[in-house]
Design a protein around this ligand. Structure first.
Ligand code: IVH
Length: 674
């Protein structure tokens, strides 16, 4: 090929690759397979190797610069990168809105509001000249930042060359983030390599952007999303923020506006609630939303205070991470005897809940975190996940912190503990340990088990301490005098408890089995077993082969069930329950029931039922559960914070029930044709 043809081919390949980069990284709409993309890339690389004079800075092969940097140059920002004032609730937002009206001397705003997710990453400023990326800089102190161009060039969603129609000079601002999935993967890889992990995606993104070696940055999947236009020279400005975002999208950027909403105050308030409910489904960690007056003319009239614009506000989500101190580390003894270390914290607010205790799981986890009594720690609560310690602020140590020693004896019954070969699990081997008994009884009386309301931890502890209850069967032998003589117990309460005990003597087989607290037999396994064998007698007589044949039941659960049924303590407990008059109601065989052929999906938190309970009730009546909203769904049951599923169900005209309606439906059976 002659040099002209090579030059043309190189230009074609550069355009094609840039187009596919945009389709994949910006629009999430790839048109070709990875292998085809790789082939285009390899061809361009080979061509450029053969003809080095064809290499240009905007070539996709040049995203990663050659040599590591010695440091970052300082960049002045004009206009400066400001920050946002925060609001925390609807009242704050309404007050801000009213202040806008007062400032403008109007009763209604002559512009909608633009609302966008607030990405939890790092501000970054990009400058393009004649369509080419010439500068990327961090926010720094707002007036001056650092030149991180070499690093930002490696981010695939940052176009090196803009589409046609780009102005001679364009200055824009956005957020560099690491999507949550990539963050988790990277953190796991770092942990496996014995390296220090990062507390959150923002820290990892920040650490990456300040790497001096662009080669390393290129291996970390950062993303860039635009949130504002800076200065534009040589082209007319759009009239609104939303139009500007649309334009930037056409020039090749991913913007935050594509996940946002433009509307009046009420629309924006509604959108905030929806986004908060869907927070965990969003691929990037969000710390709230940003509200902006959409029209640039009004933005200008509203202007700025010292450090922030009047026309925009951040509305923060409840924090999921907070720093607090470890007051103590205590040990809890579980139902199966496992000793679990638990950090006692100075109370701290997390996602609107006060956290006072957080599990540290085991000795290995304590070693991994190197957490000590007195340490300042970062705790996190994601979605409905239980809180955890993410990181210790080692730099904040005074020297007075104490390392935690695992006790050699059970803190409850003083029996010497036994350790696993790998020291991960430490157990109290004493089956009569009062702590084990207490946890076992709590499980037995739990809502998904015997559902014995009123038997709280304090009452059970008293019954154990008084020698009245040594096994769950003893609960059914309690008499009026024993209960009446307990602390803070009146005649009426004692009689109520006795009534509940009498009523609990008949429980469905699946609950009965679950209540026994057999290792690896959770609610679902208990249901499967109950439906398969139908009666307790058959479960007691089952062989391992028979149990293993139950579809969907794991081998560990099968082994555990048979071991329990054939063990002396297991047999003794079942005999004692039978002797006390407790019986398991036979289960309906699998596949039958009034709701056969009907499908259910739950979303949000129900006021009284746990998700597991609600689902168990559906299955017990022959219904099935779906994992997403589709035309196949018969009913969507919604609780608090229902999220996007509700919207979709409404669009598909699928019946939506709240908990009370759901329970009523189960009672009455499905309507014909529903
Ligand atoms: S607008 C004058 N929009 O939040 C500053 N900022 O707490 C205008 N951020 O420094 C900022 N998502 O780094 C804006 N959709 C969004 C944003 C956003 C994240 C960051 C940004 C800013 C910080 C302020």
């Amino acid at each position: 090929m002659n040099s002209e043809q090579d030059a043309e081919r190189a230009a074609f390949l550069r355009r094609e690759i840039a187009r596919h980069d945009r389709l994949y990284h910006v629009l999430d709409r790839p048109e070709i397979a990875d292998a085809e993309y790789d082939a285009l890339f390899a061809e361009l690389k080979a061509l450029e190797a053969r003809r080095p004079e064809l290499v240009v800075a905007e070539s996709p092969t040049q995203r990663v610069g050659a040599a590591p940097l010695a440091g970052f140059a300082t960049v002045a920002h004009d206009p400066p990168l400001l920050s946002l004032d925060n609001t925390y609730d609807e009242a704050d937002v309404r007050e801000w809105h009213q202040r806008l009206l007062d400032h403008l001397g109007v009763t209604a705003l002559d512009s909608p509001l633009a609302a966008e997710p607030k990405l939890d990453g790092l501000s970054c400023r990009l400058v393009y000249e004649r369509g080419r990326l010439v500068l990327a800089a961090t926010r720094g102190n707002g007036d001056q930042g650092e030149d991180v161009t070499a690093n930002v060039r490696t981010i695939a969603s940052v176009p090196l060359l803009l589409a046609d129609g780009a102005p001679p000079r364009l200055d824009l601002r956005g957020e560099v983030v690491m999507p949550r999935k990539e963050f988790d993967q990277l953190n796991r890889a770092l942990a496996a390599a014995g390296e220090k992990t990062y507390a959150n995606p923002r820290n990892l993104a920040a650490g990456t952007l300040r790497q001096l070696d662009p080669q390393k940055v290129a291996q970390r999947p950062l993303e860039f999303r635009v949130w504002a236009l800076g200065r534009v020279d040589g082209a007319p400005l759009p009239a609104t923020h939303s139009a500007a975002m649309q334009w930037l999208g056409e020039l090749g950027f991913k913007t935050v506006a594509r996940d946002g909403c433009v509307g009046d105050l009420d629309a924006v308030l509604r959108w905030y609630r929806e986004l908060l409910a869907r927070r965990d489904e969003f691929p990037i960690e969000l710390d709230g939303v940003v509200l902006k007056v959409d029209a640039f003319a009004l933005q200008e009239r509203l202007g700025f205070t010292a450090r922030s614009p009047r026309f925009a506000r951040a509305w923060k989500f409840p924090a999921r991470q907070a720093t607090t101190r470890v007051r103590d580390i205590v040990v809890q003894v579980g139902r199966t005897g496992t000793l679990t270390p638990v950090a006692v914290l100075e109370p701290v607010q997390l996602s609107g809940v006060t956290i006072t205790h957080v599990t540290l799981h085991n000795a290995a986890e304590i070693a991994r975190l190197d957490v000590r009594i007195g340490d300042l720690v970062l705790v996190e609560r994601s979605g409905d996940v239980i809180p955890k310690v993410v990181q210790v602020a080692e730099g904040a140590r005074s020297g007075a912190e104490r390392e935690f020693q695992f006790p050699a004896a059970c803190p409850e019954c003083a029996t010497a503990v036994v350790k696993d070969a790998d020291f991960v699990a430490v157990r109290c081997p004493n089956a009569a340990c009062p702590a084990r008994l207490l946890r076992g009884l709590e499980h037995f009386v739990g809502r998904s088990a015997f559902d014995l309301e009123g038997f709280g931890e304090k009452l059970l502890a008293q019954l154990i301490a008084g020698g009245h209850v040594r096994t769950p069967a003893d609960l059914f032998r309690l008499d009026f005098d024993t209960l009446r003589n307990l602390e803070r117990m009146g005649d009426k309460s004692a009689r109520n408890l006795l009534e509940r005990i009498a009523a609990a003597k008949r429980r469905p087989l699946e609950r009965f089995l679950f209540a026994l607290g057999i290792p690896d037999i959770g609610e679902t396994a208990a249901q499967q077993i109950a439906h398969h064998f139908a009666t307790l007698e058959r479960v007691r007589a089952a062989t391992r082969e028979e149990v293993e044949a139950i579809h969907g039941l794991g081998p560990a659960s099968a082994a555990s069930l048979v071991d329990f049924m054939q063990s002396e303590p297991g047999k003794a407990l079942l005999d004692a329950l039978a002797a006390a008059g407790v019986a398991a109601l036979p289960a309906a065989p699998a596949g039958g029931g009034p709701f056969e052929g009907r499908t259910f999906l739950f979303t949000g938190t129900l006021p009284t039922l746990t998700r597991a309970e609600a689902e168990a009730r559906v299955k017990a009546r022959g219904g099935t559960l779906l994992s997403g909203v589709s035309r196949k769904l018969s009913y969507l049951v919604v609780g608090d914070a229902p999220g996007s599923k509700l919207k979709k169900a409404q669009e598909l005209a699928i019946p939506v029930l709240d908990e009370a309606q759901f329970l009523a439906l189960l009672e009455r059976g499905p309507e014909a044709g529903a």
